[in-house]
Design a protein around this ligand. Structure first.
Ligand SMILES: [Zn+2]
Length: 56
């Protein structure tokens, strides 16, 4: 028995079961992950910048 990790609906294809998400939710999850990664990089860059400013 497996359901989508996001919406808890039943997963019908082997591919979806392997991914843990339905096709729509997988796409949304990937977009959310990409957004999260983008934010992470921004924070890292911000910290690097502040570190640089501090040393001046
Ligand atoms: Zn779903």
């Amino acid at each position: 028995m497996s359901g989508c990790k996001r919406c808890n609906r039943e997963l019908k294809t082997q591919k979806s079961i392997a991914a843990g998400y339905g096709p729509t939710c997988k796409k949304k999850q990937e977009e959310a992950d990409a957004e999260f990664l983008k934010i992470q990089i921004t924070i890292d860059e911000e910290l690097a910048y502040q570190e640089k400013v501090k040393r001046r």
